[in-house]
Structures are given as C-alpha cells and as structure tokens.
Design a protein around this ligand. Structure first.
Ligand code: ZN
Ligand code: ZN
Length: 354
C-alpha cells in the first residue's frame, strides 16, 4: 500500500467520537494503526491523540506502527487488560460486540466508566480507499486465475477435498498470502448445503459442483463462487443454474449507492421466487469484504444498511435443491456511483468440466 493511511484513519475515527474509544478487536487495531498483533489495544481520544499498546512480543512492530500512525506506543504486560485498566479513566467507549463479559469486568476494575459502542470502526472499514480496492482487485485476479486452472485440470474423479487443496496451492503459486477462508467444493447432493463441508468423496459426471473460494493478499480477502457442470445435468439443475444467474444479474443491477441491503437482496430473491424456488434461497444476498471475509455492510432481508460508494460487497444468490444439488454464483464488487464494478472476472456462463 502506498503512503501509510493510518494517521488519516485515526483522525477520521476521532472526528466521530464523543468520548475516548478503547479499540481491542485486533483487525480494527490493524486497520487503524497497521499493527498486526494478537494482543493489541488502541486508545483514541476525540482530539485525535492515540496510544497503541501491546506486549513485549510486539514492541518493535508496535513502535514502528505508532510512529507511522502519528501515535505513541506503550509496552504492556502480557495480560493486557489487567495492565490497561490502570491506564484508563473517565468515560471510555468499548466495542460491545467484541469485549466478553469477563474482559468487561477486568476493564471496570480500575474505576473507568465504560460506555458500550457498536460498529464504530467497522463503519469506517466498510468504505474502502482506492489503495485497499486495488489490493482486493489483485486478490480477485488471483482467484480468477485459480478458477481458470481448475477448469483446465478437470473435476471428475478428484475428491472435493483434493480440489480444495489444489485451489489453496494455486493461490500460493499465483502470489497470494493464502486462502481468505477454507475453500468450499460441493458436488452432487452436497451442493444443496450453502456452507457445505468439503468431503473425501470423488466428483462424478452429470452434476453441478459449487466452488466458493478467495485468495488473501496483504491481509485483504477475495470472495468468489462459481458452479461448474460435469456434463448432462438433470433438468432441474440445468434450470436452477439459469435462474440463479438471472437472480445474480438482478442483484448486481440493484447494487448502487443509496440502496438498502434489504432492497438489493429482494431484487435477486424475486427472480428466484418467480421461478417457484423462493424457499430454496435461504441466506442473504451478500456481505462486505475487506480485512475480514464477512464485514459491514450486510445485504439480506431486513438489513437497513445503506450502500455507499466504495463499499466492497459480494452478490451471491443460490438455489439449493435438497437431495439433488445446488448452485451459487458470487461476484465481489465495488459500489460505484454508476453501479457495481465487478472484481471477479471468471465467466458466469455454465462451464462444463470433465
Ligand atoms: Zn464466497
Ligand atoms: Zn461471500
């Protein structure tokens, strides 16, 4: 990434704060400071002053991160919360969705007045800068390359688990840090499970094979699903693919600034419902993607999240036919003023792979 963005991110956070905020969620700390630690804290004042904390193992990285982010760094004990509780006072915001009850009790022990907050840093993370989008674009390009190779190498006779392992090897070979999440490879009736466990079962002919995977690059995730045919499909699966693709295109069409997560979801769900499979699409249309594979905003029924430019979200309707198989088609897109910019370039035409 080009010029370190961290000072700007801390300033943007500070501008939203009514009181100091103690950030403990490691990905939030990484986003704000650049520090990759399993045991970090970042205390941000409404004035913009910030102190980064971690233990001895991260002292050197912490000092360098703090210098680049324009904040200070303090080495704390390995039992970070016990140490921090003596260093905070007054009203202190904390991440209510992350801090456990036990951690909250520890933090209270020093007498600070803890104020629960929700999604404050996550709101900022949901809007990407162009440098972040560029990294995600490259992670998606690696993912596309892996799909191209898998399609050439063939599917029939390989187990789901072998294909999943091959995808991860390809991600490494093509320059990624690794996989953003364990790849899903689901053939035959296993394809009817949206989050299928990948099995030691060989893929046979005449079915759909759903592959959901994404490379990870410089900490950022890609997320893409394609469904392949292994030839001569049952009529219902053939039709399910066409309906799912139409729904996915309707979802993409709906994704633009000002649209709620619910509205985008309904645009795709309506196509599936019209085909008579309303009950066969039981999950949300999509989710934000960034440093985490699932982050804000969410696109699903009743989601009041409103899309804004530079959100990066997935669009992934599926049709799951119990006992027969399933299809899901997923693109990762950037929300732009003019609509969705698709980052995942592998073809969505039904590709037959033997
Ligand atoms: Zn996915
Ligand atoms: Zn996804």
């Amino acid at each position: 990434m080009s010029a370190a963005p961290y000072a700007g991110r801390i300033a943007a956070l500070a501008a939203t704060l009514e009181q100091q905020l103690l950030v403990l969620e490691p990905t939030n700390v990484r986003y704000l400071s650049g520090l990759r630690s399993t045991n970090p804290a970042l205390l941000v004042q409404p004035s913009g002053d910030a102190t980064l904390f971690s233990d001895f193992r991260y002292a050197d990285a912490g000092r360098r991160a703090a210098a680049a982010a324009g904040s200070s760094f303090t080495v704390v004990e390995r039992s970070l919360l016990k140490d921090i509780t003596g260093r905070i006072s007054g009203r202190v915001g904390f991440e209510a969705g992350f801090v456990t009850y036990a951690a909250w009790q520890e933090l209270c022990a020093g007498g600070a007045e803890l104020v629960p907050t929700q999604g404050v840093v996550e709101q900022l993370r949901a809007v990407k800068d162009e440098a972040e989008i560029d990294v995600i674009r490259r992670a998606c390009a690696i993912t596309t390359q892996a799909y191209e190779t898998i399609a050439t190498e063939g599917l029939i006779g390989r187990t789901e688990r072998e294909v999943a392992a091959r995808i991860e090897a390809l991600f490494h070979a093509y320059g990624a840090d690794g996989a953003a999440f364990p790849s899903i490879v689901a053939a035959h009736e296993n394809g009817a499970r949206p989050h299928a466990d990948t099995r030691d079962v060989a893929i046979g002919p005449g079915t759909l094979v759903t592959i959901d995977c994404g490379a990870k690059l410089e900490g950022y995730c890609a997320d893409c699903t394609r469904t392949f045919s292994t030839g001569d499909l049952p009529a219902d699966l053939q039709r399910a693919y066409a309906v799912c693709l139409a729904a996915q295109l309707a979802g993409l069409e709906a994704i633009r600034p000002g649209v709620s997560g619910d509205t985008a979801h309904q645009a795709a769900a309506a196509v599936i419902a019209e085909a008579g499979w309303g009950d066969a699409f039981g999950h949300g249309l999509g989710h934000g993607v960034g440093l985490d594979i699932h982050e804000a905003p969410t696109l699903r029924p009743a989601s009041q999240d409103v899309l804004v430019a530079a959100n990066v979200v997935s669009c992934e309707p599926g049709i799951y036919l119990d006992g027969l198989g399933g299809v899901r088609i997923e693109d990762l897109v950037v929300v732009r003023e003019g609509g969705a910019e698709v980052l995942t370039g592998y073809t969505k035409e039904l590709v037959t792979v033997h």
